[in-house]
Design a protein around this ligand. Structure first.
Ligand SMILES: Cc1cc2nc3c(=O)[nH]c(=O)nc-3n(C[C@H](O)[C@H](O)[C@H](O)COP(=O)(O)OP(=O)(O)OC[C@H]3O[C@@H](n4cnc5c(N)ncnc54)[C@H](O)[C@@H]3O)c2cc1C
Length: 439
């Protein structure tokens, strides 16, 4: 598979750096497989403590060509599973540490962005979950996170004026970024600090962390697998496709009418996930799920360019902001997120080999934090980060086919139906509750 990031708005607006990594077959301290945020932040955190380490990053295509260079640009402090589920396995202290470390991570990404010469367009203005029906608003109020506040209709309208807005919740712990520019900033900074970045270098990794490239082994004291949704298909995780569209830059009169002056990230509180931002060049970049899961956890370019889902996204954007019918949609792309059976992120480390991921759709900040944990474990630091809930987390395997195909696609369909049910009955969807149980 080639570099499918090229269709994305972000990829198109960035100048990709070139690297001169030198000889691959020499002894390394750390070899990292995967040049996305997880892999590159691992190198960044390692160097912060041990600047002399010999580190190689092996990337099958170009750095950032996975999910990192083409996501929705929400750098949030969200975690894919809720506290009640975490509390069944880890202490209250560990959960509280997780949230404060995630909040800190958003700010640290901001500090990095600020010091960089690239235009990462980081702005921490929080995030809005908008209700466009009383049923959606009821669900917002009953599912509020500790640092979130409820905005009534008037207060919501001060920030965003989607059609049919009833109210919203506001989460302060989210920033908007241009993800490809963050990739470029990070990769350039690593190359400057002496990290050897090998692009177009596919690595074979065994389950115990032996690495080879084109059949020749690569020697390293430590090995990190940071391949997220591109990890070989098996029952450990599934790839679920998230698709995105972007408009042309929109004029001042559009923004005067609809708000988002502070560039908060935003979405509608539907069951089928949506997410959006006002970009630094005044477009709307918006994404959502709904593309079908493919048999056997197969990854496919067809899933990234699913015409029906892209069209649904455009229609949703026009429902939110009716004037969008007068403007062009210029980009349509997609990518995969990795999901474990219990939707929990993981980090495994055995003293030589580490692997992490399973961030669902929250990997922008979470990969920064998980990479920080990985670096601490490699360096033998006994830190809070080295024992956060995802460290050593074990999930059950996904069901064998055809159960997996049936179950996952049923879940996607039910989410769509739950939104229709809510529209018709004007009450929180019963199907939605069923989905929660299924998940
Ligand atoms: C469309 C979309 C929208 C999203 N929106 C958001 C969002 O708004 N906010 C958020 O928090 N998260 C979002 N996510 C998720 C987030 O982007 C990811 O969780 C995060 O980027 C994962 O980073 P990573 O480095 O772990 O994985 P990736 O960026 O996918 O990097 C993995 C890399 O490993 C390489 N690789 C794989 N196998 C090999 C091999 N054998 N040898 C060498 N290289 C290999 C791949 O080429 C790839 O570059 C979104 C994801 C998608 C797809």
């Amino acid at each position: 598979m080639g570099n499918q990031a090229e269709a994305s708005l972000w990829w198109n607006s960035a100048t990709h750096p070139t690297f001169t990594p030198g000889e691959l077959h020499r002894p390394w301290d750390v070899v990292i497989i995967g040049g996305g945020f997880s892999g590159m932040w691992t190198a960044h955190h390692l160097l912060n403590s041990s600047p002399d380490l010999a580190i190689a990053i092996l990337e099958a295509h170009e750095v950032g060509s996975g999910a990192s260079g083409r996501n929705g640009g929400w750098a949030s402090a969200l975690y894919p599973i809720d506290d009640a589920t975490l509390a069944k396995r880890v202490s209250a202290q560990s959960i509280s540490d997780l949230h404060s470390e995630l909040e800190k991570s958003v700010d640290e990404i901001g500090e990095f962005a600020q010091q960089s010469e690239e235009d990462v367009a980081f702005i921490k203005s929080g995030s809005l979950t908008v209700a466009r029906s009383s049923a959606q608003f009821k669900r917002i109020k009953s599912g509020l996170l500790p640092r979130e506040s409820v905005l009534d209709q008037d207060k919501t309208n001060l920030r965003i004026r989607m059609s049919d807005t009833v109210g919203a919740s506001f989460n302060p712990d989210c920033a908007t970024i241009n993800p490809t520019q963050l990739v470029v900033a990070l990769a350039k900074s690593l190359a400057k600090r002496g990290v050897h970045i090998f692009e177009n270098t596919y690595a074979d990794i065994s389950s115990v962390g032996s690495v080879s490239v084109k059949g020749k082994s690569v020697e390293s004291k430590y090995v990190v697998r940071a391949t997220e949704a591109y990890h070989e298909k098996n029952r450990e995780q599934i790839p679920i496709y998230s698709l995105m569209i972007a408009t042309e830059p929109l004029p001042d009169e559009f923004w005067k009418k609809y708000g988002l002056e502070a560039r908060e990230t935003f979405h509608e509180n539907r069951h089928l996930v949506t997410y959006a931002q006002r970009t630094s060049d005044n477009r709307i970049a918006m994404g959502g799920r709904g593309a079908p899961y493919r048999w056997g956890s197969a990854r496919s370019n067809k899933s990234e360019q699913h015409a029906k889902i892209h069209q649904q996204l455009r229609e949703t954007a026009i429902q939110w902001f009716p004037d969008l019918k007068n403007y062009s949609f210029t980009h349509a792309w997609g990518g995969a997120v990795a999901i474990k059976r219990d939707w929990a992120p993981y980090l495994h480390w055995n003293g030589h080999f580490g692997a992490f991921g399973g961030y669902v759709g929250d990997g922008v900040s979470l990969s920064y934090l998980a990479a920080n944990s990985m670096a601490d474990l490699i360096l033998g630091k006994n830190s809070v980060r080295a024992s956060l809930p995802y460290v050593g987390w074990k999930s059950a395997k996904w069901e064998p086919e055809p159960l997996r195909w049936l179950g996952v696609n049923l879940g996607i369909k039910l989410s769509e139906l739950a939104d229709i049910e809510e529209k018709l009955t004007k009450r929180p969807s019963l199907l939605g509750k069923l989905i929660e149980k299924l998940l």
